[in-house]
Design a protein around this ligand. Structure first.
Ligand SMILES: [Zn+2]
Length: 162
């Protein structure tokens, strides 16, 4: 992926880490979900490790790990490969992820691979955008939406501190 964000295999202690790749030295830095939106230093070269700036494909385990610990609102783009409007939604999700790096996290759920997640969130049409804040679904929008609209959904501050 463009910014090198990938979901890594869950660690044996049942916590899950994601990989943020250092743009300077290429080091793969294991990053918990709670730190995907924060700025940190690369342990190897000390360059600033940019927060996640591209949509991340997730399964149920990765989604739960991020939602439980996220310090910022989370946007989920539910999509399927056979859905033409989803191909229109993809660059919109990408733009939101890039524009709101550090302020929101953007996840993608392929409902063909993750039908249980689609059912869990009551997704009946795709694309569907869902916004989660403080672990709660605060917005569910079936159909396309423009980046500016989605950014407004995500703009409201987190109410709980953690
Ligand atoms: Zn580095």
């Amino acid at each position: 992926m463009a910014n090198g964000s990938t979901a890594a295999a869950p660690a044996s202690d049942a916590t899950i880490a994601f990989e943020l790749v250092c743009s300077r030295c290429g080091a793969k830095n294991a990053t918990p979900g709670s730190d995907l939106s924060t700025r940190r230093r690369c342990p190897r070269c000390k360059a600033e490790l940019a927060p996640m700036a591209a949509p991340l494909d997730v399964d149920a385990v990765a989604l739960a790990a991020i939602v439980i610990s996220a310090r910022v609102p989370v946007l989920i783009d539910f999509w399927a490969p056979w859905c033409p409007p989803c191909r229109v939604a993809a660059p919109i999700a990408k733009k939101v992820a890039a524009d709101l790096a550090g302020k929101a996290l953007v996840l993608k759920v392929n409902i063909e691979q993750q039908p249980a997640l689609a059912a869990e969130f009551g997704v009946r049409a795709i694309p569907t955008f869902i916004v989660i804040r403080d672990r709660e679904v605060v917005k569910q929008h079936p159909g396309l939406a423009m980046p500016g609209t989605i950014k407004r959904w995500l703009a409201t501050k987190m109410t709980k501190s953690r």
